[in-house]
Write a protein that binds this ligand. Structure first.
Ligand SMILES: [Cu+2]
Length: 105
């Protein structure tokens, strides 16, 4: 999920009637971050996790990948929202099955 705030929320000066919301730059960076958990099946050990991690790390924008082999949950953190087809392609390139967003499966 990408969090989108109105432009006004990025105003970092003193709060005024026109700009009642003050958000520091670091807060904006947080708002631009995206983190999604996907379900991947077929992984059985640390090597599997490593392969998936390496493929996903090559997807543009990906900053961090966490794999839980037991549950098949793969959490990807990125600077902005990612194209799901790129995630699917990376998982399949590694040799595993992409099932979709974990929250929807
Ligand atoms: Cu394995």
């Amino acid at each position: 999920m990408r969090i989108v705030l109105p432009d006004k929320a990025f105003y970092a000066g003193p709060a005024t009637v026109d700009h009642p919301i003050v958000v520091r730059p670091e807060a904006r960076r947080l708002a631009d971050m995206s983190e999604n958990t996907y379900l991947v099946t077929g992984m059985s050990c640390g090597h599997c996790a490593q392969s998936v991690t390496e493929e996903l790390a090559e997807v543009p924008g990906v900053e961090n990948v966490t794999v839980d082999v037991e549950t098949g949950q793969v959490t990807v953190r990125s600077a902005e929202a990612l194209d799901e087809t790129a995630i699917r392609a990376a998982v399949e390139e590694a040799g595993y099955t992409y099932e979709g967003l974990a929250s929807l499966v």
